[in-house]
Ligand binder design. Structure first.
Ligand SMILES: O=C(O)[C@@H](O)[C@@H](O)[C@H](O)[C@H](O)CO
Ligand SMILES: [Mg+2]
Length: 402
């Protein structure tokens, strides 16, 4: 089955998405997500100008060989741009292979390990009272797991808190928005949020929190200890993870489960974190982690060390990633949880799909492939609009982590 065409589709139904569509000589096509929030055109060019010329004429069934060709053949390995481009091709080829076999992707991976994929939604509020009310709304919608993020007294803005309570999109202006951050103000406010949530709703629901890369290991240890009475499902991205051994200091002080990895792009970014059992959930997902082919390696390594998957699933990962991730989640034995930030109706119209929300779970259909398509006519109506993720400075002006 020969690849005869491959094209990159950039569309912006409220936010930018980059998609590759690969077509074979047998009339089958597959699609893959290539979206990297704030750097979309870098991946589009990596595909259009560098990888696609090498793709035409290859055998679409040779998924592993094509992955190895683009990874080892690049010379310059790893990193979010290259691995997102490789991931997009990989997912499109898995989509084609499953369609050729006339089976849903999860069957090709090894069949069902579960009937539904437990997801967590994003409740947020400007203050604790509004956040508690929002968590209640997500409980009423049927969520079994809810991430809670609240405004920090004394800070004008912070990660995860937005005016729109259903569709959260952090990328905004034509140039990066500058936010201000105070770790001490944040650490003073978070424990009170979870104390209030547990007092209000008890312990029947899983609660999660994302610190978004803003603490040192000892600050993360302090936060983890202070949250232990509230039994979080996980504390996410507490510490930037370039220094994997830095998590030893964090881990030794607290039993709060640790999740990290949405910004990772290969197994090498998390191999030490996993093999030293410094984390409990690996967040690296299909679109930024080299596709299904590479995520299987990460999941198998994680399985050896009691680490479970907890795929990133924000709105800036397209429905194509969500579809592929749900098939992976349906199969993978060491599944933990799937993030589910809902896409807008405009985005869903561009990317018709067969997964659906059912009482706290996402369920996939039996469509051959990953079950997601792209409506090119609708996609063409939304031209690219440059947008950046915000940046963060400390209150004294020091550049910090967003
Ligand atoms: O856990 C999450 O969903 C966040 O970390 C994301 O919203 C992240 O900020 C965005 O995906 C960045 O593009
Ligand atoms: Mg996160």
């Amino acid at each position: 089955m020969k690849i005869i065409d491959a094209k990159v589709i950039v569309t912006c139904p409220g936010r930018n998405f980059v998609t590759i569509k690969i077509t074979t000589d047998q009339g089958l096509y597959g699609i893959g997500d290539a979206t990297l929030n704030g750097r979309e055109l870098a991946v589009a060019s990596y595909l259009q100008d560098h990888l696609i010329p090498c793709l035409i004429g290859r055998d679409a069934s040779r998924i592993e060989d094509i992955w190895q060709f683009f990874y080892r053949g690049a010379y310059w390995r790893r990193g979010p741009v290259g691995m997102t481009a490789i991931a997009a091709i990989d997912v499109a080829l898995w989509d084609i292979k499953a369609k050729a076999a006339n089976m849903p992707l999860y069957q090709l991976l090894g069949g069902r390990s579960r009937d539904g994929v437990m997801v967590y939604g994003h409740a947020n509020g400007r203050d604790i009272a509004e956040t508690v009310s929002e968590v209640g709304r997500y409980i009423d919608m049927g969520y079994k797991a809810i991430r809670a993020q609240t405004g920090v007294p004394g800070l004008a803005s912070t990660y995860g808190v937005s005016g729109d309570k259903m569709y959260y999109e952090p990328a905004d202006g034509n140039l990066p928005t500058e936010n201000l951050w105070s770790t001490s103000k944040y650490l003073n406010s978070v424990p009170k949020l979870f104390e209030t949530l547990r007092e209000t709703y008890g312990f029947d629901h899983q609660l999660l929190h994302d610190t978004h890369h803003r603490l040192t290991p000892i600050e993360a240890a302090q936060l983890g200890k202070s949250l232990e009475p509230y039994k979080l499902f996980w504390l996410e991205d507490a510490v930037p993870a370039e220094l994997q051994e830095g998590f030893r200091l964090f881990r030794q002080h607290t039993t709060t489960p640790i999740a990290v990895g949405e910004v990772f792009s290969s197994i090498h970014d998390c191999q030490q974190l996993i093999s030293e059992q410094l984390i409990d959930y690996i967040r690296t997902t299909i679109v930024h982690g080299g596709g299904i082919t590479h995520l299987r390696r990460i999941a198998h390594l994680a399985e050896l060390y009691h680490v479970r998957t907890g795929f990133h699933g924000a709105t800036d990962l397209s429905p194509v990633t969500m579809g592929a991730a749900l098939h992976f989640d349906t199969w993978v034995p060491n599944f933990g949880i799937q993030e589910y930030m809902r896409h807008t109706p405009e985005t869903d119209a561009v990317f018709p799909h067969d997964y659906h929300f059912d009482n706290g779970y996402l369920k996939i259909g039996e469509t051959p492939g990953h079950g997601v398509d792209i409506d090119e006519a609708k996609a063409a109506k939304y031209p690219y609009q440059r947008a950046y993720l915000p940046v963060n400075r400390l209150e004294d002006g020091t550049m910090f982590n967003w």
